[in-house]
Design a binder for this molecule. Sequence first.
Ligand code: SAM
Length: 322
Amino acid sequence: MIVDRQGRRFRNLRVSLTAACNYACTYCVPDGKRLVAAQDELSGEDLARGVAYLIEAAGIERLRITGGEPLISPRLEGFLTAIAGLDLHDISLTTNGQLLSRRLPLLQAAGVRRLNVSLDTLDAAAFRSIARGGDLATVLLGMQEASAAGMRIKVNMVPMRGQNLDQVAPLLDYCLARGYELRFIELMRMGHLARDGNAFRQQLVSMPELLTLIGQHHAFEQASAAVDATALRYQIPGKGYFGVIANESVPFCRACSRLRLSSTGWLHGCLSSSNRHYIGDLLDRPRHQALPALQRLLVKALADKQELAFAGGVMVMKVIGG
Ligand code: SAM
């Protein structure tokens, strides 16, 4: 097991199936271009071999499939088939929900039971101006069908001043009424927002402000969360839970156990670091050759983690795997 001075190790792996996305969210894709994949993306089978090797070399326990938008990827089925027999405690998926209805049978058959659906607003016009793609009603229907099929749903919302702050209370009520857990993600200094501090500061809604706003609608209390959870969790008695991922206000670097594998075969130990480590060439090697080389790269990837706080990074979420 590879452990650093702070006792951190990699436990949770995020695999990006593709950098392409059918949205172009303003905070993620600055040029507004949709469906742009990275060159040289690996096959679903190669990425699955990467997962298998990382389970052995790093002690990965939980897998989250992400992107880009994983549900548009032609690699999804091959990847899900290839990871079917792996020793994982949990397989979940992050999606914008646009193709959820269509892909639900495939996800169910593969044993995916938990979904994070990104949804920043219930207002159709604001949805169009933030996501720059997709259709709100289709996402809501997809979540309803997934929930009815027994999937546990968390909704990810990035509150932004001037764009969707008026949606905090309505979206929270919508989620509470349906048993979805809403997670507010503080805007992160990624990509263009890492370069343009003013745009970042103008839009950032910090956790104290957010909690004050929620407190005007609901009484809530802190709830328990996993030791290496990135979200602070709150309970609204009798109604449900919500969470806040407070990268800026309450950094969680000290407990971070995440590792990311991009669709092109790069390992990222930290969102804040522009360091990355190529493992694509190890994936067609036999296990006894691949694992020692992988372990050397994992030591480097773990050393990339920030000591205390998220400082921001010029990499774009959809490329690393959000
Ligand atoms: N397409 C999928 C989706 O929409 O959930 C998965 C990829 S997306 C990059 C994953 C998450 O990253 C989304 O919840 C999105 O809101 C979040 N994200 C991207 N850029 C961000 C930023 N600068 N700050 C905060 N969250 C961001």
